[in-house]
Write a protein that binds this ligand. Structure first.
Ligand SMILES: [Mg+2]
Length: 202
């Protein structure tokens, strides 16, 4: 049975082999909601809501000065805002179930620094370094090599461009549906964590 055929059915084999890993922003954490609320509350962008973010490149979908976007993003990724960053519904319980079944989980983020993510996972999901590891690559395209080196064959990601890049590198992407990735693709996609639980069979 080929990898693609088994992927269409479920992710159990990837779970058994510990061959999966997760993106963080937009998959585990509801990062765009924090982005939008900082924009509304601190920058007066009163009509900024996650549904308006229809492209991962924010300059393409929002009529907001680049300098302002950068200031908001700087706040979003700062540990000072960690307490306002919510998990996406179901992420906490299902990640715990996956960790119970497979052992420590790997998160690979394109953030340049993984410290705030590590603290958030510990404080918000109660996942310490004994059950999870965070690797910050600083670039989207660096994810594939990290995953290959760690023997990961499947990655849950919300940035469609990264999914195409991973697929080329032989990593099977699972696209986590978000308003900013609604363009044609041929990847397996999930609508939230209950779909992911079903996919992994937990
Ligand atoms: Mg992401």
């Amino acid at each position: 049975m080929s990898m693609v055929v088994s992927l269409e059915k479920n992710g159990r084999s990837f779970l058994k082999d510990q061959a999966f890993a997760f993106d963080f922003d937009g998959v585990v954490a509801d990062t765009m909601s924090l982005f939008a609320s900082i924009g509304r509350e601190e920058f007066g962008l009163t009509d900024l809501y996650p549904e308006k973010i229809t492209d991962y490149d924010l300059t393409r979908c929002l009529d907001v000065e680049l300098d302002t976007l950068i200031q908001i993003i700087t706040r979003v990724v700062s540990a000072d805002y960690n307490h306002r960053l919510a998990p996406l519904p179901g992420a906490k319980d299902i990640l715990q179930k996956l960790a119970d079944k497979s052992g420590p989980l790997l998160f690979v983020t394109a953030r340049p620094d993984g410290e705030s993510v590590k603290h958030w996972l510990k404080d918000t999901l109660h996942m310490g370094e004994d059950i999870c590891e965070v690797i910050a690559t600083g670039s989207f395209d660096a994810k594939a090599e990290i995953l290959q080196n760690r023997g990961k064959k499947l990655f849950v990601e919300d940035r469609l461009e990264t999914c195409f890049h991973l697929k080329e590198a032989g990593i099977e992407p699972v696209l986590f549906i978000q308003p900013w990735n609604r363009r044609p693709h041929g990847f397996h996609e999930v609508r939230g964590w209950s779909d992911l639980a079903e996919f992994f069979g937990v």
